[in-house]
Write a protein that binds this ligand. Structure first.
Ligand code: C2E
Ligand code: MG
Ligand code: MG
Length: 643
C-alpha cells in the first residue's frame, strides 16, 4: 500500500515538476521573444527584472548596471518587495556582492560559500546568504548583474534556480548589449543631428556674411545698384556675347547736370536722397536684360544689349524725358537735367575701357554743348582742339586779342523794337575759326583767366553801348558773369575801375545763372548790392533749369528773369513747357520782375509769348548773335526800314 502511495506521490511530484518546467520554458520563450524586440534600455531592464523574479520566485529582484564611468554601478530596474526604494541608487563598483561578482568574474549564490575562507564565509553568509547574483556579461565587458533576493515562502534558492538564472542572464546579456548599442547609436545620431543643425546655422551665417561682403564689393550701398566693378564685369560679358551673336550693344553714360550745386545748396543728406530717388525713377525705364549701375557721384550707366543706334537713341531720350520730372525737396522744386554720352559696340570700341572712356568723352561733349545726348565721334574727342593745345592757345588768346563779343538783339514784344542786346563771347581762333563759349569759358575758369576775360568783356560791352548811344541807339547790354567772378574778392574794385569812373552803369545788365543764388547767396549779397549801387541791372539767366526758391528770389536785388531756352524752343509742341513759361511770367510779374524769353525760334512762339504777357524776346527768329560791326549794320537797316 505504502509502495503504491509512494509511487503515486512520485508520479504527482513528477507531474508537478513537469508542469514547472513547462511553465519555465513558456516563460523563457515569452521573455526571449519580448526582449528581442525591445530596444529601449529602461523598458528592457524592467522586463528582465520582472521575468527573472518570476523565473526563480524571488521576493525582490534588482538589476545593477555598470555605469559609463566604469567606477560605479546603478540599480536600473527592480521588481517585487521594496523594489522601488533602491532604483536609481549608484554605488562604488567594489561595494557589496556586486563588487564581489565583478572581482571574481563569476556568479554568487550560497553554493559558493564552501569555496571561501572561514572569515569571508562568515561575513558573506550573513550579508548575502539568501541571494543569487549572476553577472550580465557582454561580448567584451562586464555589463552588470541580475540579483535575486530571498526566495518566496522563506525557502532557499536551489542550484536549479542558480543555473536557471545564470542561463537566463547569459541570454538576456546579448539583448542588453544590443539595446545599449542602439542607445549609443541613437545618442550619436542625436549628436550628429545637433552638430549638423549647428553646422547648417553656421553655414547660413557664413553665406549671409559672404553675401554682405559680395554686396559691398559689387554694389553701391546708397542706391543698391551695381557699382563700377560689377558694371565693368557685366560690360565685358555683354561685349563677349554681342561678339559671338554678331549683335550690337549700347553703353549710356548718364551724368546729372549741376548736381554739385544741388549738393552744396541743399546739403549732402538731401543730395543722397535725391540720388536715391533718381535711381528709383530711372529703374522704371530699365528692361530685364539691361544693366543699370551707379558708377560714382552723380554718374549712372546703362548697358543696352542687342540694340541698334536708333533704339539706343530712343532709350536715351526716354531717360532724359524721365528726368524732366521735378523732385520736391524742402519745399523747393528741383529739376535735375542730365547729359548722356553713348558708345555702340562694335563701331566705337571692342573692349570695356575704350567703350567707357569714349562714352565719357561723348558725355562731356554733350554737357559742354548742352546737347543732352551725344554719340561718340572720334573727331570731336573732348574738343576740336585737344585739351593741352587749347590751354596754351587760350593763354595766348588773351594777349593776342583773339576774343570778340557777338551781340544778340532782344526786342520789346509789344513794340517789336530792339531795346537791348546780350553780349556773347566768341574766340576767333587763328586756325579753327570761331570757337563757342561753351568750349572755352569753363577752361578759362579752370586756368584762372576768367577774371581777366570778364573785365575785358564788361569793358568792351560798355564801350560798344556808349558808342551806340552816341549814334542814337539807346540799348542796354547784358553781359554774362561767371560765378568765379562774383566770388573773387577783387571783383568790386575792378568793377569800380571799369564802370564807376564813367558812371554808365545803367547801360549794363549782368546775367547770373539761377543756381548761383542758392549755393552762395550769403557770400554774394554784398557784391550784388554793390553792382546795383553802380546802376547795373541784374538778371537771372537760364531760369527754370535750376531750383530757385521763391522766398530767396524775392530777396534778391534782381530786375529780370530770363526763361531758359529749353522751355521756350519747343513750347508750341509741348503743353508742359508752355505751362512752365506761362507760370514763370506770372510769377516774375508778381515779384515786379520783367521777363525775357530766350531761344525764340519761330513767329508762332513769339506770338504766343505776346499773348502770355512776356516782355522781351531773344532768339534766332529775331537774329542770331552777330559781330559788333554786323550789329551796327543791322541797327542801321532796321532804322532805315522804320524810317
Ligand atoms: P546764355 O547766356 O543763355 O546765352 C544764350 C545762348 O543761346 C547763346 O549761345 C545763344 O547763341 C543761344 N541762342 C540764342 N538764341 C537762340 C535760339 O533761338 N536758338 C538756339 N538754339 N540758341 C539760341 P552761346 O553764344 O553759344 O553761349 C552759350 C552760353 O555761354 C551762354 O548762354 C552763356 O551762359 C555763356 N557765355 C557766353 N558768353 C559768355 C561770356 O562772355 N562770359 C561768360 N561767363 N559766359 C558766357
Ligand atoms: Mg546769358
Ligand atoms: Mg540763358
Amino acid at each position: 500500500m505504502s509502495d503504491t502511495n509512494n509511487k503515486k506521490n512520485n508520479v504527482s511530484d513528477l507531474r508537478e515538476n513537469l508542469q514547472h518546467r513547462e511553465a519555465e520554458i513558456d516563460l523563457l520563450q515569452r521573455t526571449f521573444t519580448e526582449i528581442g524586440s525591445e530596444l529601449d534600455l529602461d523598458n528592457l531592464f524592467q522586463l528582465i527584472a520582472e521575468r527573472a523574479r518570476e523565473l526563480v520566485k524571488a521576493e525582490t529582484l534588482l538589476i545593477p548596471v555598470l555605469d559609463v564611468n566604469c567606477e560605479t554601478y546603478t540599480y536600473r530596474a527592480s521588481a517585487g518587495v521594496n523594489s522601488d526604494e533602491i532604483v536609481g541608487e549608484a554605488l562604488p563598483l567594489d561595494f557589496g556582492v556586486c563588487g564581489w561578482v565583478w572581482r571574481h568574474k563569476k556568479a554568487w549564490w550560497r553554493g559558493v560559500l564552501g569555496d571561501l575562507s572561514e572569515d569571508e564565509r562568515n561575513r558573506w553568509e550573513k550579508e548575502a546568504g539568501s541571494l543569487i547574483l549572476v553577472p550580465l556579461q557582454g561580448k567584451n565587458h562586464f555589463l552588470g548583474g541580475i540579483s535575486a533576493i530571498n526566495k518566496v515562502g522563506h525557502h532557499e534558492f536551489t542550484r536549479r534556480d542558480f543555473n536557471l538564472l545564470n542561463m537566463f542572464a547569459g541570454i538576456v546579456s546579448v539583448a542588453i548589449e544590443n539595446a545599449m548599442v542602439v542607445q549609443q547609436m541613437e545618442q550619436t545620431s542625436r549628436m550628429n543631428e545637433d552638430y549638423r543643425r549647428r553646422l547648417k546655422i553656421m553655414n547660413k551665417q557664413l553665406l549671409e556674411s559672404n553675401r554682405e561682403l559680395e554686396f559691398h564689393a559689387l554694389y553701391d550701398p546708397l542706391t543698391s545698384l551695381p557699382n563700377r566693378s560689377l558694371f565693368r564685369d557685366r560690360l565685358s560679358h555683354g561685349i563677349a556675347r554681342a561678339e559671338s551673336a554678331h549683335a550690337k550693344l549700347g553703353l549710356l553714360l548718364i551724368d546729372l547736370d549741376r548736381f554739385k550745386d544741388i549738393n552744396d545748396a541743399l546739403g549732402h543728406d538731401k543730395g543722397d536722397y535725391l540720388l536715391k530717388e533718381i535711381a528709383l525713377l530711372l529703374q522704371q525705364y530699365i528692361h530685364p536684360d539691361d544693366t543699370f549701375a551707379r558708377l560714382g557721384g552723380d554718374e549712372f550707366a546703362v548697358i543696352l544689349p542687342d540694340c541698334d543706334r536708333k533704339s539706343i537713341l530712343e532709350r536715351a531720350n526716354a531717360f532724359l524725358k524721365a528726368l524732366e520730372k521735378p523732385f520736391i525737396i524742402n519745399d523747393s522744386t528741383i529739376t535735375v537735367g542730365a547729359s548722356i554720352g553713348i558708345t555702340v559696340y562694335p563701331e566705337h570700341g571692342d573692349n570695356v575701357t575704350d567703350m567707357l572712356c569714349r562714352a565719357d568723352s561723348a558725355m562731356y561733349s554733350a554737357k559742354k554743348l548742352k546737347q543732352g545726348i551725344m554719340f561718340y565721334e572720334p573727331a570731336s574727342d573732348y574738343s576740336p582742339l585737344g585739351y593741352l593745345t587749347m590751354v596754351t592757345d587760350l593763354r595766348n588768346a588773351m594777349e593776342n586779342n583773339e576774343f570778340e563779343l557777338y551781340y544778340q538783339p532782344q526786342i520789346d514784344i509789344k513794340t517789336n523794337q530792339i531795346i537791348a542786346v546780350e553780349a556773347l563771347g566768341r574766340w576767333v581762333h587763328p586756325r579753327y575759326g570761331v570757337v563757342k563759349p561753351d568750349v572755352f569759358i569753363s577752361e578759362l575758369e579752370q586756368i584762372g583767366l576768367i577774371e581777366k576775360y570778364t573785365s575785358w568783356g564788361i569793358e568792351t560791352a560798355l564801350r560798344d553801348a556808349v558808342a551806340w548811344r552816341s549814334s542814337g541807339y539807346d540799348l542796354k547790354v547784358s553781359v554774362n558773369i561767371s560765378v568765379n567772378d562774383l566770388l573773387n574778392p577783387d571783383f568790386m574794385r575792378r568793377l569800380d575801375l571799369i564802370v564807376g569812373l564813367h558812371e554808365d552803369g545803367e547801360l549794363l545788365t549782368f546775367e547770373i545763372t539761377e543756381n548761383l543764388f542758392l549755393s552762395e547767396y550769403d557770400r554774394l549779397f554784398e557784391v550784388l548790392e554793390y553792382i546795383r549801387y553802380l546802376g547795373i541791372s541784374l538778371s537771372i539767366d537760364d531760369f527754370g533749369t535750376g531750383y530757385s526758391s521763391l522766398s530767396r528770389l524775392k530777396k534778391l536785388p534782381v530786375s529780370e528773369l530770363k526763361i531758359d531756352q529749353s522751355f521756350v524752343k519747343d513750347m508750341e509742341q509741348s503743353p508742359n513747357d508752355e505751362v512752365i513759361v506761362h507760370s514763370t511770367i506770372e510769377l516774375a510779374h508778381n515779384l515786379g520782375l520783367s521777363v525775357v524769353a530766350e531761344g525764340v525760334q519761330s513767329a508762332a512762339t513769339l506770338q504766343r509769348l505776346a499773348s502770355l504777357g512776356c516782355d522781351t524776346a531773344q532768339g534766332f527768329v529775331i537774329s542770331e548773335p552777330v559781330s559788333a560791326d554786323e550789329f551796327a549794320a543791322l541797327m542801321a537797316s532796321s532804322q532805315a526800314k522804320a524810317g
